[in-house]
Design a protein around this ligand. Structure first.
Ligand code: GDP
Ligand code: GDP
Length: 469
């Protein structure tokens, strides 16, 4: 029976299916009366709350822990009301109770609440100091609570935000625990952090063969520098010469391997991997063919998220399916063809943002696929750098407009002219008259046609709309 691999990812991570024990913990901190309990209650929505048995310590109160639901996100949330006396009292700032140490050691992220009506309070600064000292690896998200009370809109929120930045934890968000205002902003601030964390926990496919592949690639090349251990223990950078070009190869080895739940260093390495992603022009994502057959899907959640992020950051993407030699044995003889056939299709479904993603099948062990990998990487890089002249683009625009059969004349987007304003990745501007608003469908149509007609597969393309002068 033809059991074709087919998975459609609605979301990168389905939090409802994750064992709550694996979820990260977010602690709500802040001086008394800023609304910590109110936010806690909103996040858990009367879900079952565990109450710690606190030691007979007169300084602390109970600490509540529950499972928070915020849009599609799930996480454990701690209401630190039990720690606040300690945190907010300058006099005992030097003292760290074992309770505090215990709680903070189990925490990965923090929301630092301030009361926007009161402005920045000296106790807020104390809480900041306390947190920095006791949880140096965590950068809290500063949330200005009670923001619904500032509805005049004449700069008061932005003044408050300027003040909140003085805490030194970056840009604040405005929320109201009582009315629910700003919960989307809180979601957006937490999502990348929690997603990265879950990727580390959920990833079960570490040894795809990146290092072996790297060695295969480098065997034939003139290595200029490296492998040199990068800024962190997780990245290795090698510089080599390929057909007259200098290529920098950054291996983000540690990103996916790390399944441990240590907090400080692991969150640092995630940040470092993101920086590596930002620095690269082309991201080569290596998958393990044997795992694909076993799991009956091309990519794990972690891999999907990396690929999507690469695209969002405007990088070119090449997918490498390694260990193809393992599929050639007797038992698996049909797997080989199936993987070759199904993986490109599936990857395209999972990452619809860019079409024509190149997929290369390799066996690093047998040294196969090296040339194809290099060809695709360079090809993708060149597409990423490509510049199309305005005259060529406008000839093309007229052609696709007449080629396409529009429902009626009115449905046809009225674009006066089209030009490329930037490369790396290719970015275009569609000039229209003042009244026309290009719809998502129009933009999709333009993107798709650009990719097909100019062979721009595997790279993200950006189109903006402007009013013609
Ligand atoms: P905690 O001491 O930090 O846990 O603060 P609470 O959650 O007990 O809240 C302190 C006070 O602020 C209570 O009277 C809440 O009703 C009020 N409060 C909490 N959140 C908001 C909010 O978003 N807007 C307004 N106006 N009041 C709030
Ligand atoms: P990394 O963790 O992604 O860098 O993976 P490694 O390069 O360390 O490889 C993990 C394991 O897979 C090692 O035992 C390699 O020998 C093996 N391996 C790597 N590439 C291939 C391949 O193409 N075919 C087979 N059969 N094994 C491979």
């Amino acid at each position: 029976p033809d059991k074709k691999v087919k998975v459609v990812y609605e979301k990168p991570i389905d939090f409802t299916k994750i064992d709550t024990n694996l979820l990260p913990t977010v602690i709500i901190i802040g001086r008394p009366n800023v609304g910590k309990s109110a936010l806690y209650n909103r996040l858990i929505r009367r879900r079952e709350a565990l109450v710690y048995n606190t030691p007979a310590d007169h300084v602390t109160r109970d600490i509540r822990e529950g499972i928070a639901k915020l849009g599609d996100l799930r996480f454990k949330v701690l209401d630190s009301a039990g720690l606040e006396t300690e945190a907010a009292s300058g006099s005992i700032l030097q003292r760290t109770t074992s309770m505090t140490a215990n709680v903070l050691a189990r925490t990965q992220f923090a929301v630092f609440l301030i009361d926007v009506r009161a402005g920045l309070h000296p106790l807020d600064l104390d809480v900041g100091k306390w947190f920095r000292k006791n949880a140096p690896g965590i950068k809290p998200i500063v949330a200005m609570n009670k923001s619904e009370s500032l509805c005049d809109g004449v700069g008061s929120i932005s003044d408050a935000a300027d003040e909140a930045r003085m805490l030194g934890f970056g840009d604040p968000i405005a929320i109201s625990a009582e009315t629910g205002l700003g919960m989307a902003a809180l979601h957006d601030a937490l999502q990348p952090l929690i997603e990265d964390y879950m990727l580390q926990v959920l990833n079960r496919r570490p040894n795809v063969g990146k290092s072996t592949l790297l060695n295969t690639l480098l065997q034939e090349e003139r290595v200029l520098v490296g492998p040199e251990v990068g800024l962190t223990r997780d990245s290795v950078r090698t510089q080599f010469q390929h057909e007259g070009r200098t290529i920098y190869l950054v291996d983000t080895a540690g990103w996916l391997q790390r399944t441990g739940l240590e907090k400080g260093p692991s969150s640092l390495s995630v940040m470092q991997s993101r920086k590596n992603l930002m620095r690269a022009q082309v991201v080569a994502l290596v998958l393990d063919a044997e795992e694909i057959v076993k799991a009956r899907r091309s990519m794990t959640h972690a891999e999907v998220v990396i690929a999507r992020r690469a695209v969002e950051e405007g990088r070119g993407l090449v997918v490498i399916v390694n260990k193809m030699d393992l599929l050639k044995g007797k038992r698996n003889s049909t797997s080989f063809d199936k993987v070759m056939e199904a993986v490109p299709v599936e990857i395209q479904t999972v990452i619809p943002q860019i079409t024509g993603i190149p997929v290369v099948f390799t066996s690093a062990l047998e040294g196969r696929g090296r040339i194809a990998v290099m060809r695709q990487v360079i090809d993708t890089y060149e597409k990423w750098c490509s510049r199309l002249s305005t005259s060529r683009l406008n000839r093309w625009l007229r052609k696709i407009m007449s080629r396409h059969s529009w429902k009626d004349q009115a449905a046809q987007p009225k674009i006066k002219y089209f030009t490329q304003v930037k490369a790396r990745p290719p970015t275009f501007v569609a000039f229209t008259n003042g009244k026309t608003q290009l719809s998502d469908t129009d933009l999709r149509f333009l993107t798709k046609s650009l990719k097909e007609d100019f062979d721009l597969g595997g790279i993200p393309i950006r189109i903006m709309q402007r009013c013609a002068p």
